[in-house]
Design a protein around this ligand. Structure first.
Ligand code: CTP
Ligand code: MG
Length: 212
């Protein structure tokens, strides 16, 4: 399931359709995914499902990322035993990353697998003043215990379906699966597998694409 139904508020428009190396961002994400899985469902904004950007099926998304995933999940063939969820906004993910997260599900007690990278910067918890919006440090965190999480994320299909059955909202699917008590394994991500977020990112992504 490639989720591409966001509005790109921080980017200033639907970033998933911006051209990267002459090809829409979402098409890059679908193409990488396709190398590693049997069937791709792409989730698009309302009124945009005539084009599927290389996916087998296009469906309409919802108001939140989790809702969009649920719409995609509902269109996954019921016989699928593994479901991989990927953000369209990560067009630089390589097919090997998809294979890595799927491969991690081979361990019998593992219900989900995510890819993540170590944190380079010092991390601090801060409190924001409601009076003037300024921030002060509350504490410094141990960054060795923290990772930055990417997509793709792979799940045992029934576990993911159950995790989404409650209709919850989270910034990734693993959070909903974690809440069920299931084990989520972490595999090494790729520092270049960045999420297209702000307006300046596209130039940097073009540069990375040339270097990949
Ligand atoms: N997404 C989605 N449906 C939504 C919201 C997000 O399918 N209702 C998708 C986005 O298209 C993106 C991925 O989820 O591929 C990650 O979300 P994010 O990077 O936050 O994208 P946007 O929500 O579009 O951007 P912003 O938060 O800046 O508005
Ligand atoms: Mg968003």
């Amino acid at each position: 399931v490639v989720v591409a139904a966001g509005s790109g508020t921080r980017f200033g428009g639907a970033k998933q359709f911006a051209l990267l190396g002459g090809r829409p961002v979402v098409a890059w994400s679908v193409a990488a995914c396709r190398e590693a899985v049997d069937h791709v469902v792409v989730v698009l904004p309302p009124g945009m499902i005539e084009e599927s950007f290389g996916a087998d099926l296009a469906v309409t998304g919802g108001a939140s990322r989790s809702e969009s995933v649920r719409n995609g999940l509902a269109a996954v063939p019921p016989e699928a035993t593994v479901v991989v969820v990927h953000d369209a906004a990560r067009p630089l993910a390589r097919p090997s990353l998809f294979r890595d997260v799927v491969g991690a599900l081979a361990s019998p007690d593992v219900a989900g697998a995510i890819c993540a990278v170590p944190v380079a910067d010092t991390l601090k918890r801060v409190a924001h003043s409601s009076v003037d919006g300024s921030s002060c440090v509350v504490e410094t965190l141990d960054r060795r215990a923290l990772v930055m999480v990417q997509t793709p994320q792979a799940f045992v299909a029934d576990v993911l379906r159950r995790a989404h059955a409650g209709g919850g909202d989270a910034t990734d699917d693993a959070a909903l699966v974690e809440a069920t008590g299931a084990t989520v394994r972490v595999v090494p991500g790729d520092p270049r597998n960045l999420k297209l977020t702000g307006p300046d990112d596209l130039t940097y992504f073009e540069h990375l694409l040339g270097a990949v």
